[in-house]
Design a protein around this ligand. Structure first.
Ligand code: NAD
Ligand code: GDD
Length: 350
């Protein structure tokens, strides 16, 4: 049985990926600071540990692992990464994890390391026009990301590529474009626009209004989680190193996203535009390279994934209204029997 190590297995994409790998017949070790928030992990074994600590990485990266999926990062949506408040933590925490993983994986001659970079590494100057953003892979340089989160992603791409060139580490690098779906963070400050919009619409009354940061004319594309995992698995099973975009090229304004969500909910909603962290003015996944190299493209329109996500978030909102004394968000009570704890001595943030 092929063994995979999923770093960040307690997070949104990581917890879905573990499930996917199990379905494909892998034995999986998951590692994260925490268990998944919304359902039990599907991993065969799960280590609660801090990957900034080299000893934790030494312990979980064992020679029998065939594939590492490095998803662990200090990240969130615009409300987390564009305020400037978390810049030092984001850069330090994520870079430290990647430095540990790259060197230990190379020394232990792990067969393949997948690294999840982000569209946030693309230069701001190519994303000023909301109707014509340029996010082709070859537009990355001269570099000019608009956030420290994007700079760290760019650094870590280069780090993994350097280990590939100098130490023969077999790497695959994807630049994810705004991935969403059920069991993603939907409240608390780290949620991205699709989840935030679903939550606000679910909380609003029919005929009410919701707040939108900025004028809502900024553009993005959103990729449903299952489509993202298809792209990841296709990249890993190919001989293509990347970096390559994994995203949707169905570009919408945030106003359109909000109105689509309201339509799904069957509510008449007006939009109240307020100040907030904005990020780039326009962004869309350029899928020419991934189509040429891997024959991959998303198969469903945004609306299909948004419907599933809205239903899940509306149920979360319903469960967590004060009148229904059910579980609080973010607490997974089903603890697998094989959990081990390697938290070490560092605190999660500095
Ligand atoms: P997430 O925040 O849900 O998952 C990241 C996980 O990493 C979290 O569970 C967190 O606890 C864990 N982690 C953070 N620091 C850690 C540490 N020191 N030790 C161990 N675990 C630690 O985010 P996600 O949406 O699942 O994203 C996964 C990866 O994909 C991240 O690297 C992210 O930057 C990248 N990415 C995601 C998106 C997106 O839209 N979701 C877009 C671009 C890139
Ligand atoms: N999060 C959020 N919440 N965004 C809102 C809201 C709201 O209530 N209202 C409007 N927006 C706007 C933001 O101002 C931003 O312009 C746009 O919606 C998209 O915001 P996010 O989805 O939070 O982030 P992003 O697309 O700018 O960046 C995300 O995607 C990257 C990859 O494409 C982040 O999740 C990054 O971490 C990720 O790497």
């Amino acid at each position: 049985m092929k063994k995979a190590l999923v770093l960040g297995a307690g997070g949104f994409i990581g917890s879905h990926l573990v499930r996917r790998l199990k379905r494909e017949g892998y034995w999986v070790r998951g590692v994260d600071l925490k268990l998944p928030d919304f359902s039990p992990t599907a991993a065969d074994t799960f280590v609660v540990g801090d990957l900034r600590i080299p000893e934790v990485c030494e312990e979980v990266i064992t020679e029998d692992i065939a594939e590492i999926y490095q998803l662990a990062a200090d990240m969130g949506g615009a409300g987390y990464i564009f305020t400037g408040t978390h810049d030092a933590d984001v850069m330090h925490n994520s870079a430290t994890i990647n430095l540990n993983v790259a060197s230990i994986a190379a020394r232990k001659k792990i067969g393949m390391v997948f690294y999840s970079s982000s569209a946030c590494m693309y230069p701001e100057h190519n994303q000023l026009d909301p109707d014509n953003p340029n996010c082709s892979e070859d537009s990355a340089y001269p570099a000019n990301p608009d956030s420290e989160y994007g700079w760290e992603k760019l650094f870590s791409e280069r780090l993994f590529l350097a280990f590939h060139r100098n130490h023969g580490l077999n790497v695959r690098i994807a630049r994810f474009h705004n991935v969403f779906g059920p069991e993603g963070t939907w409240t608390g400050g780290k949620e991205k626009a699709p989840a935030a919009t679903c939550r606000k619409v679910a909380e609003a009354t029919n005929g009410g209004s919701i707040d939108i940061w900025g004028d809502g004319e900024q553009t993005r594309s959103f990729l449903y989680i299952d489509e993202c995992l298809d792209g990841v698995r296709r990249l890993v099973n190919s001989n293509f190193t990347g970096p390559v975009n994994i995203g949707s090229d169905e570009m919408v304004t945030i106003n359109q996203l909000a109105m689509m969500t309201a339509q799904i909910a069957g509510k008449k909603i007006t939009l109240n535009h307020i100040d907030g962290p904005l990020g780039v003015r326009g962004r869309n996944s350029d899928n020419r390279l991934i189509e040429a190299k891997l024959g991959w493209r998303p198969t469903q329109p945004l609306r299909v994934g948004l419907e599933a996500t809205y239903q899940w978030i509306a149920a979360q909102v319903e469960r967590n209204t004060p009148s229904t004394p059910l579980a609080l968000p973010g607490h997974n009570t089903a603890v697998p029997s094989e959990i081990s704890s390697r938290k070490g001595s560092l605190s999660p943030t500095h």
